[in-house]
Design a binder for this molecule. Sequence first.
Ligand SMILES: C=C(O[C@H]1C=CC=C(C(=O)O)[C@@H]1O)C(=O)O
Length: 460
Amino acid sequence: MMIPSQLLTTPKHDYYSWVMPLDCTDSPLTFYKKITNDQLKPNMYWETPDQTTQFCAWGAEMLLSEAQASLTKIKQLPTNSSIFEGSDLDQKIEATGCLLVGGFSFDQADCQPADTWGELAQGYFFIPTFIITNHEEQTYLTINIKHDDHTSLADAWQQRIASFEHLVAQVLTDSPVVTQVETEEVATQAWVSLVEETVNEIKTQPALTKVVLARETAVEQDQVFEPAQIVARLKQQQAATYFFSLSSGEHTFIGATPERLLKATAKQLVTASIAGSTPRGTTELEDQQLGEALLNDQKNRKEHLIVVQRIIKDLENITQTEIHAHEPVLLKNRDIQHLHLPIIAQRSEATRFLDVVEQLHPTPALGGEPKALALEWLRKNEPLNRGLYGAPIGWYQPTTDQGEFAVGIRSGVFHGETGRLFAGCGIVADSQAELERIETKVKFRPMLRGIGGQLDDTSK
Ligand SMILES: C=C(O[C@H]1C=CC=C(C(=O)O)[C@@H]1O)C(=O)O
């Protein structure tokens, strides 16, 4: 495949990007299996809940980690003048082109290095060399090239084509790994006590109305955790969730989250409030009754309303338009149901996508209300390192200022034979520690299923 002539005739840029339709029956997940087999790093898998957009991205033309992966730094990256994007298509396709893919850390002001997270600890983004995007059932290949004075653009193109063709030719052999997963909830009693302390704090400190507390389950098996296998299992088991897997090579952050933080198109900002939870029933009737009870439960409605009001206030400030909230509906995932309210605002040209991400994150579904007081409480009292858990994960296109970030929950981070799963829940004045413990147990389930761990619940 020859280099497109437009790439050769365009004036010099730092990054060149070319998108083409790909006539190929392999799905992005098949590509993901192949690239993880070949240990091509860094890499990312992404899929939206409605399954209209999936991508598999690998190789790095630009890599941002540690302090470089902060929102402040990424907002300062040069855009149009340094990136050339072209394509064989007559329209722009979502999640193709010169994208930055990856995730921010949960707490930008207080993210510490940690063994659990390795290079991902403080956030991690890259401009992939290759992106296979499936959008509305068409497949596209993006090739990105960082210009470098030692290699001509034509040579760089040929190297990429050769490496891509090599990957396409790889034949996958199915080798389902059967292994026993050991799981251990970390410091459960201390967490229950922290819930009680937090309830007291909320009762005695009138300005603080909600704090989201998280805890961990440690997991281990006698073989390395295979990200592609976990994603494939999650996809078989979960419905109405994003699927993501972000890997530096050493550490991989994987999840099946139902929660969108923000999708920005040219004209709209689309977000959602998801908060307030109850398990799925074991029969249709029980499931319906649990859902009805959740819709009418005062404590859960309050937890949810705090999130709705905060998001609406933030979006109204940003867009200077009035936003009307509707009533929440039920969002049913495999193990859990939530109160859910999609929220849409019209976007003006002046609104910067990453400014909105910064303003919204963390919503009171992951931080608390008010944000500053809740984060202060978490920094002082929550012992775990959240890393990318609960943080924005997804993609951003600097040239169009569009993209999509999910909230990295129902997730875990894996390194070799070990991993950590995360689950949190909103604490308000009338929270009961034991019920919150049980709720977090339910929230571990999607990832426990994804790794083939035991779900037997002897503690309730
Ligand atoms: C913090 C988590 O869930 C949030 C999202 C939905 C419902 C929540 C809740 O009901 O507490 C949490 O705010 C998690 O799953 O780790």
